[in-house]
Design a protein around this ligand. Structure first.
Ligand SMILES: [Zn+2]
Length: 285
């Protein structure tokens, strides 16, 4: 939070404040969302498999390129912290910050989840969101943010002095280590900032601090994505439950989440995953 100013106010202060902002990353040049294509992909599809993620834990599931995965709320309102890796190269992982820069603080249908440098290409495309009616509320809150990070035991220790082992960071670390036979140390370094699925967040109007409030998600709601590449998806059922009060503890009621995987019936033999970013990587050398 910025302190109130102690420096002298220049005469043209209001003129400078009145300058119209420009969008940092005009995304008109990005390949437009091909609604007809994604609608036809999801029109007819065959259920393949699912995982159930128990409360305060995480799970991973492999999703082939061209398949669809659905993150589903069951039993009660619950927030999920999502990580995505390229299953053939775990170094290529979801880049929450650049996704935010390109699409905004909260993502929805038509937005892509972009991968880290030096790859920077779509990993998944959001094709259905049953919470798309929510929009932005009067507090400036909305769902599915890419502004938070993931609840973690380090920040928790910093603020409370406690040892807590079921933050999303640790849940994802254990799940990735188990599924890829990695040491916890190796797995932890591959865990990254998340898409906060179903979480309702924003910045307060007065102090501009990150806030959360009870998620509007209800059993039956889902967020559905098209896998643009061969993916390993990790999801943690956050210890914050619906994130209406606190996280990083065993205090609040938590519920499971499900990831369902579907294979489109549509023939995708003419479709291929997005190409790698075309920057030449010489960095001016
Ligand atoms: Zn969490």
């Amino acid at each position: 939070m910025k302190p109130s100013g102690v420096m002298p106010i220049p005469n043209d202060a209001e003129d400078r404040r009145d300058i119209t902002p420009v969008i940092c990353y005009p995304n008109n040049n990005l390949q437009n969302y091909d609604r007809a294509f994604y609608d036809s992909v999801k029109k007819d599809m065959k259920f393949v498999k699912k995982i159930i993620i128990p409360p305060r834990s995480a799970g991973t599931i492999e999703i082939p390129a061209g398949f669809i995965f659905r993150i589903l709320s069951i039993d009660g309102p619950q927030v999920g912290d999502l990580n995505i890796w390229n299953i053939n190269n775990l170094d290529e992982k979801f880049y929450s910050g650049k996704t935010r820069a390109l699409h905004g603080t909260h993502v929805g249908v038509g937005d892509r989840l972009w991968s880290s440098f030096p790859y920077l290409r779509p990993m998944a495309t959001i094709i259905t969101d049953t919470l798309d009616w929510y929009g932005f509320d009067r507090y400036g809150g909305s769902v599915h943010d890419v502004i938070g990070t993931r609840c973690d035991p380090y920040t928790n220790n910093l603020l409370s002095g406690k040892q807590y082992h079921n933050c999303c960071h640790s849940n994802l670390t254990r799940a990735l280590a188990d599924s890829q036979s990695l040491h916890l140390d190796e797995a932890e370094r591959l865990v990254h900032d998340v898409l906060n699925v179903f979480m309702c967040t924003g910045f307060t109007h007065d102090t501009h601090q990150y806030f959360m409030k009870a998620s509007p998600v209800r059993p039956g709601d889902y967020l559905e994505m098209f896998a643009e590449n061969d993916l390993l998806v990790g999801l943690s059922a956050c210890p914050g439950g619906d994130c209406s009060s606190e996280h990083s503890s065993d205090v609040v009621k938590c519920y499971p989440l499900i990831i369902e995987v579907y294979e489109p019936i549509l023939d995708l033999s003419n479709w291929s995953p997005p190409h790698l970013n075309k920057y030449d990587r010489t960095h001016g050398d």
